[in-house]
Design a protein around this ligand. Structure first.
Ligand code: 5GP
Length: 193
């Protein structure tokens, strides 16, 4: 997605250890117009497979996921990273190791929001080693629902996430794919949309 690649080049900052900071439009301050365009691209890609829910993980997945859900006209559910006393029954959980925070946390979705006949599009901000998406896959499988694909805003193709998801038989659609960080600038490889 050209618009996204241009924005990454303009406003992204390469930090050490393979991390890209995009807090001016995606992970902290959010550019809703860009997110809406991103949502439309995901929706266009998955419009014919009968998506019934969009699932993401808090917090930075929520912005692209809500616009994908709007464009597909289906509900958006975000997995919670912290236990909540109001979540009392039928909770589906998975352990997720966070690449950026370097801690393992239990993420959860209330079972009542996912049914066996649901066809789910997973959306997330970044794909690094695929642990967040894998956790969501596990939760959706616990519900007996189907995952039609994973929509990623920024994939770091030099990490193992895509291989992990493709091995699990899940199609991945990444709107920007980073091949490497060279002299602190981003080098893209061809994206999926
Ligand atoms: P994974 O689970 O695929 O290893 O990592 C994906 C998660 O880690 C994303 O949800 C995102 O929150 C975070 N993440 C991974 N790499 C980056 C990065 O380069 N920059 C930012 N801002 N977040 C990242």
């Amino acid at each position: 997605m050209k618009l996204l690649e241009e924005r990454i080049l303009k406003d992204g900052n390469v930090l050490g250890e393979g991390i890209l900071k995009v807090d001016s439009f995606l992970t902290h301050q959010v550019d809703f117009e860009l997110m809406q365009e991103i949502g439309k691209v995901f929706a266009e890609k998955y419009k014919d497979v009968g998506i019934t829910k969009v699932v993401t993980i808090e917090a930075s997945g929520i912005a692209p996921a809500i616009y994908a859900a709007q464009a597909l006209n289906v509900p958006m559910i975000f997995a919670k990273k912290h236990k909540n006393i109001t979540m009392t029954e039928g909770i589906l959980t998975a352990e997720v190791y966070s690449f950026t925070k370097q801690v393992t946390s239990t993420v959860s979705i209330a079972g009542k929001f996912l049914q066996e006949d649901d066809v789910v599009l997973i959306v997330d901000d970044f794909l690094a080693n695929g642990q967040a998406a894998k956790g969501l896959l596990e939760i959706i499988q616990q519900a007996g629902a189907t995952v039609a694909g994973v929509g990623i805003v920024i994939e770091k193709s030099f990490q193992t996430g895509r291989a992990l998801l493709e091995e699990a038989g899940v199609p991945v659609t990444s709107l920007a794919r980073i091949q490497e960080f060279k002299d602190n600038t981003v080098v893209f490889t061809e994206a999926d949309a």
